[in-house]
Write a protein that binds this ligand. Sequence first.
Ligand SMILES: [Zn+2]
Length: 176
Amino acid sequence: MYSFNQLKTALDVVQDELIQHHFYDYKLSKISVNWIPYSAAYGFQSYFSTGEISIPAISKSKFKELFTGQYVSLKDILRHEYAHAFAFTHRRLMKSKKFRLAFGALHDDIKAHWTFDPIFFVSEYAAQNAMEDFAETFMYYLEYSGKLPKKFAHPAIRKKWYFIKFLSDSLRENKL
Ligand SMILES: [Zn+2]
């Protein structure tokens, strides 16, 4: 269960990271983050409608952690949802050949899915489709401050990581 203050604290940290890596431009700053009572998911971003991010106080996914022993931090949830919001506000970049070369499918091609293999994906959830793969890789990129950790040092993951670095560098130089 997350209180409004917990959300606010985590949001400050993640927005700082987004600023530091040049992702937090005017368009992204206009995306609102809503605190809602309940959702089945950890959080969601309305990619096909308003673009808003919603974080539930209570979620089924959080509740399940009691039994699975898995744990996803609120910061990671926000990093993941902000990746979707970034894709929402920068659709042209997601339609690029560069994206397809890095992720093996177009961002919006949500039908494409693969089986999980840690040599190709940063997490099991990333294997869902290119959209989730981008969000999970972006989440770790922020968490590790852009430095590829050893556990992800595989060519396929490196390619995705460098696509995100390319976005960050281009935004810094105002090239996008
Ligand atoms: Zn997602």
